[in-house]
Design a protein around this ligand. Structure first.
Ligand SMILES: [Zn+2]
Length: 88
């Protein structure tokens, strides 16, 4: 894991760990994640947000719809593991 993503996560900012491109067709989806997540969190319907972002193919739509931001969960274990590696 790259250490340069850790400061962002500690500040509570949205860290993009969504794949940059769709696994099936290679369409760009990574740049749409932040707006998609923010608008859905604000209560907009996910399907309408995807339509307005121009994400039309269902392979690309599932990339955003099924993405779960778990980086903060993983970092907790990463930090714990690095503490244990310190010399005693
Ligand atoms: Zn696609």
């Amino acid at each position: 894991m790259s250490p340069d993503i850790m400061p962002n996560s500690r500040r509570g900012e949205l860290t993009i760990i969504i794949p940059v491109r769709c696994f099936s067709c290679g369409g760009l989806v990574g740049d749409k994640w932040e707006e998609f997540a923010r608008r859905v969190k604000e209560g907009e319907e996910a399907g309408r947000v995807l339509d307005s972002l121009g994400v039309k193919r269902y392979c690309c739509r599932r990339m955003l719809l099924s993405h779960v931001e778990i980086i903060d969960e993983i970092l907790r274990f990463y930090e714990e593991a690095s503490k244990r590696k310190l010399p005693r």
